[in-house]
Write a protein that binds this ligand. Sequence first.
Ligand code: CA
Length: 233
Amino acid sequence: MKTKTIDWSGVRVAMFDMDGVLFDSMPNHARSWNQTMAHFGMNLPEDEAYLHEGRTGADTINIVSLRERGRRATEEEIREIYHYKTQMFSALPDPSAMPYTLDVLRRLKQKDILTMVVTGSGQRTLLDRLQRNFPGIFLPELMVTAFDVTHGKPDPEPYVMGLHKAASYLGRKLKPIEAVVVENAPLGIQAGVGAGVQTIALNTGPLPDRVLLEAGASWLFPSMHDLYNNIPL
Ligand code: CA
């Protein structure tokens, strides 16, 4: 595990992934993906869902469709399958916020660091929950979701767009070195690193640490609490 301390002095923006970082929502996602694909006659084991984490729904559906049926899904199929998955997910018990997340967000605010959400999710229920669980923390104009990007993670586009939105909010140019990304999944880490942003890995799921470090994470912590302990005032 990398233990070097984070130098927060030049950091102005912190971009947080949502599922598996802000919310303990990955077990529900893995389960609903598995059940949805089974409903449509395809196999997506729950463990595999963690490796697709961060992709848009459309990308995940196409990868599984190509493997299971030898072809990409049509636009209509993608809409139908993703709609079904969204309903399965919404029917499961509400995922809770990761412990210590609000403490981390408030401390960053105290340090005058802008906090943003950059997610591949298009789950409107979860996006609403952001406002309920972390009131006043995330501004809508500083969010990047599945609705904003053409290419989902691992493409750097979501984080590049995050930097653009932050720069336009701050009214000045922003260098990638002035930002950090907080991610839990290898594809998300690749996206952050691809955008030139130093990335903090929180290993909140079943994957071994080395998978996250090999994806390019600069730091790795086992939980939000450990990250909190690494943000001195
Ligand atoms: Ca994630």
